[in-house]
Design a protein around this ligand. Structure first.
Ligand code: SF4
Length: 431
């Protein structure tokens, strides 16, 4: 038990080292838009509905991204706005109201409705925030109506979740002054992973723990100065800011990937809630050992191998840290759509000094760097994977990392395996 050592002091009293220059690129990018977040968010909040106000393209994206999932009562849909001039916009608002009225009359189980904006100019002309206010008043008591943008002009991939949760924050009830400290886990996690974390916090002795988002609209946690929150996902900058505006305090920690990241993440909460250090170590030891054992088999395959992350989900930096720190991989370049320096400080401090950190994208220039470096593994979006494979490079689809359960001790082995598998496949094909 005493052999348990955290790789970084995870308490809030220890500031991470500051890292130097970041390569910033602003050019053509190859990333999904924020509508994609609906695919995992609609599974999480079970009485919410996501109504995309968009074009046929948006409807097709959602349809194909949702893949084979068929629900008797789906939890998302698209109100398709056809091209029209400004004079027709009044009708557009009336039509949207009619669509919402019809939906809510047919589906009284919907307690939280999100109007999700997209990029077509007709949608941009519509004031969805006013529409949400109008419809909220009309359906008050039964359904809350909120809005956010998933537009490809304003958001990339995982930013849709950030925009959705940030829209929810002002709706959260206030905590009462003088209430005991409460812990909030922020970010949509698969239920099974969330339950594992809740069990660990209960064993640690942290009694009041909430998940945001909750699984039901009526169970969203309160927020206030006695809220201490841990980001479970690294792409929630706006949500964190909105919570801080409510007085909540972010607990600075590594993100919960791998044995070390998960230990440090839990430790940040343990320190904030005054949990005895020996008790903390005793509680996390079994999970931490399980995680270490589970990733050991992949270390042989991945140790010393080079990896190049193209910017996609904003998970890149914590995952590169996990791969370097726990599996001995060599991150050559780690690209991220946006770099939140404060949230990422601890992750950056643990990456090798030689790793290039890039923010934003100029896809052609970045692909030139991939070709020059010829990494053992390239993590990228679907559209880039096939051409790179055709050039003899081994790739990993970034989207799989978002759709798979990868957080926490018990998923560490699967997370390592997601990176080991393409290399195994390559080795098999070579023989
Ligand atoms: S929101 Fe924009 S980028 Fe996303 S599917 Fe619709 S049109 Fe395409």
């Amino acid at each position: 038990m005493n052999a348990l050592t955290l790789a970084v002091p995870a308490g809030s009293d220890c500031a991470p080292a500051v890292r130097g220059a970041v390569l910033r690129e602003r050019g053509q990018r190859e990333v999904f838009c924020g509508l994609t977040g609906i695919i995992w968010l609609h599974r999480k909040v079970q009485d919410a509905f996501f109504l995309v106000v968009g074009s046929r393209t948006c409807a097709h994206l959602l349809q194909s991204a949702a893949g084979v999932m068929v629900f008797a009562e789906p939890r998302f849909g698209t109100a398709i706005i056809e091209e029209r001039d400004l004079a027709g916009m009044v009708d557009c608002n009336a039509e949207l109201d009619r669509v919402v009225d019809r939906l809510l009359a047919r589906r009284p189980d919907i307690k939280l409705l999100f109007l999700v904006g997209s990029c077509p100019s007709e949608v941009i002309k519509l004031d969805l925030s006013r529409a949400a206010q109008r419809l909220s008043v009309k359906h008050s008591g039964a359904t809350r109506v909120l809005n956010y943008s998933g537009s490809g002009i304003e958001t990339t991939f995982t930013e849709g979740e950030d925009a959705c949760l940030a829209a929810l924050v002002p709706e959260l009830a206030a905590t009462a002054p003088g209430d005991a400290l409460e812990l909030m886990i922020v970010g949509a996690l698969p239920d099974v992973v969330e339950d594992q974390f809740l069990r660990l916090f209960a064993q640690l002795g942290i009694a009041r723990v909430h998940s945001f988002p909750a699984r039901r609209a009526g169970a969203m946690p309160p927020a206030g100065p006695n809220t201490r929150f841990l980001l479970a996902q690294p792409f929630l900058g706006e949500t964190a800011r909105a919570l801080e505006d409510r007085g909540a305090v972010r607990l600075d920690a590594l993100f919960p990937f791998g044995a070390e990241g998960t230990s440090a993440w839990l430790h940040a909460a343990a320190v904030a809630f005054g949990i005895d250090e020996m008790h903390f170590r005793t509680v996390i030891a079994p999970g931490r050992e399980r995680a270490k054992r589970a990733i050991a088999h992949a270390r042989e395959q991945l140790g010393g191998k080079s990896i190049f992350f193209l910017p996609d989900s904003q998970l890149e930096l914590p995952l590169a840290r996990f791969l370097a720190q726990e599996l001995g991989m060599v991150p050559l370049e780690v690209g991220t759509p946006y770099l939140h320096r404060a949230h990422m400080a601890r992750e950056l401090a643990l990456l090798p000094a030689e790793t290039v950190i890039s923010e934003g994208q100029d896809v052609d220039r970045q692909l030139d760097r991939v070709r020059a470096a010829r990494p053992d593994l390239t993590v990228c979006g679907l559209g880039l994977a096939n051409p790179l494979e055709a050039e003899g490079l081994t790739t990993k689809w970034a989207i799989e990392l978002v759709f798979s359960p990868i957080h926490g001790f018990d998923q560490a082995g699967d997370l390592a395996d997601l990176f080991a598998r393409p290399l195994r496949r390559r080795d098999v094909l070579k023989v």
